[in-house]
Design a protein around this ligand. Structure first.
Ligand SMILES: NC(=O)c1ccc[n+]([C@@H]2O[C@H](COP(=O)([O-])OP(=O)(O)OC[C@H]3O[C@@H](n4cnc5c(N)ncnc54)[C@H](O)[C@@H]3O)[C@@H](O)[C@H]2O)c1
Length: 338
């Protein structure tokens, strides 16, 4: 992976809060990536996060065949800081000013801690924010298309069109996790869900519930990480009791070597940046390229073919799916560089 092109951090003039944008690569086109609003123990942790996440966006766009590069932005709150509505608005306007200074080289969307309504606030100072609410002419939350992409990846990796009768564990009952649970339940899967937030249990009453620390290592036909990154560590992988892991959470591996540990244990892992591309594919197809809903969704469904090709290549080259995905990214970036 190449070095980052830009990292700009700025203390907001209205809010005093530091926000940052990292553009990892614009080799394939303007760089896109979500805006994460989160508390960090310090600015170094925030910088690490934005650099890591923006590099993953380059890979996500390249594998998905999008003519966009990879970026990410972070609004770094102090630990324990709770924003009033007025403070939140000031923070977003400050961040919007920073996005505007990229003059279209960075296109923002929602991410952990932000949503479509926040994108509308950004739009007050920059046109370069996507996924505004549908009532405002945008495509709204991308969690439905992200879930559709995960299901497409799951079909390819499981080799079956339906998970009927299979046991599926979903770790993280948030926007994407809830879509996945409903779809898989509807097709007849036995769905087990888990979330660190106990309030989610009532919302998930149609499904079996397990405590979060047990979810990933439960016996299952597939485990779906749908919460936070870094959950696949060498220790977790040693305790997995599933043949298949595929899910939307970004940066699931604690380190790249975990992909080898998964393969050594006979666990098929679909790289996160391949399986989680549905939201960005749908949003950009609609909002940047002007495709209609059906055409944009067809592009999301094509994730099934991408995963099939990667897994076929990994089998024939005796490599991991991650190695094949990384090689595809490098080929596409090299082709763009001419
Ligand atoms: N929403 C999208 O379109 C999209 C696109 C690509 C990737 N992703 C990634 O997919 C994941 C889920 O996205 P989302 O939009 O559903 O987020 P979300 O914030 O709506 O849901 C995440 C859920 O995970 C729970 N959680 C947090 N830590 C947990 C833990 N340790 N164990 C179990 N549950 C935990 C939270 O309480 C929350 O309910 C995130 O990693 C996100 O970055 C989302």
């Amino acid at each position: 992976m190449t070095a980052h092109e830009h990292l700009i951090a700025r203390r907001g003039r209205r809010s005093g809060v530091t926000t940052m944008v990292a553009v990892h690569s614009s080799a394939l086109g303007p760089a896109v990536g979500g805006c994460r609003l989160k508390a960090y123990p310090g600015l170094t942790a925030a910088v690490d996060d934005v650099l890591r996440l923006s590099a993953a966006m380059t890979a996500k766009c390249a594998v998905a065949g999008l003519a966009f590069g990879g970026a990410k932005s972070v609004i770094a709150l102090e630990p324990g800081r709770v924003l009033s509505p007025a403070e939140r608005r000031d923070v977003l306007l400050d961040h919007g000013d920073l996005i505007a200074s990229f003059d279209g080289a960075y296109l923002a969307g929602p991410d952990v801690g932000t949503g479509p309504a926040d994108m509308l606030v950004l739009r007050e100072v920059t046109p370069h924010a996507y996924c505004t609410p549908e009532v405002a002419g945008g495509t709204g939350s991308s969690s439905g298309p992200t879930a559709a992409g995960v299901l497409a990846a799951l079909r390819a990796a499981s080799g079956t069109r339906s998970m009927a009768g299979r046991r599926v564990v979903i770790s993280g009952y948030g926007s994407v996790g809830a879509h996945l649970a409903a779809s898989l339940h509807a097709e007849g899967a036995s769905v087990v869900v888990s979330d660190i937030d106990p309030a989610k249990r009532a919302e998930a009453r149609d499904f079996e519930w397990v405590p979060p620390e047990k979810a990933l290592t439960m016996p299952a036909d597939v485990v779906i990480p749908a919460a936070v990154g870094g959950v696949l560590t060498p220790e977790t992988v040693a305790r997995l009791e599933t043949p298949l892991v595929v899910g939307p959470a970004n940066n699931q591996l604690s380190e790249d070597a975990v992909a080898d540990a998964l393969a050594a244990r006979g666990v098929l892992w679909v790289p996160d940046y391949v399986a989680s591309a549905g939201g960005i594919v749908y949003t950009l197809s609609r909002e940047a390229e002007g495709l209609d809903h059906t055409a944009a969704l067809a592009r999301v469904e094509a994730i099934e073919n991408t995963v099939t090709d990667l897994l076929t290549a990994a089998r024939s080259h005796s490599t991991t799916p991650l190695q094949e995905a990384a090689a595809l990214v490098e080929r596409r970036l090299a082709a763009a560089a001419g």
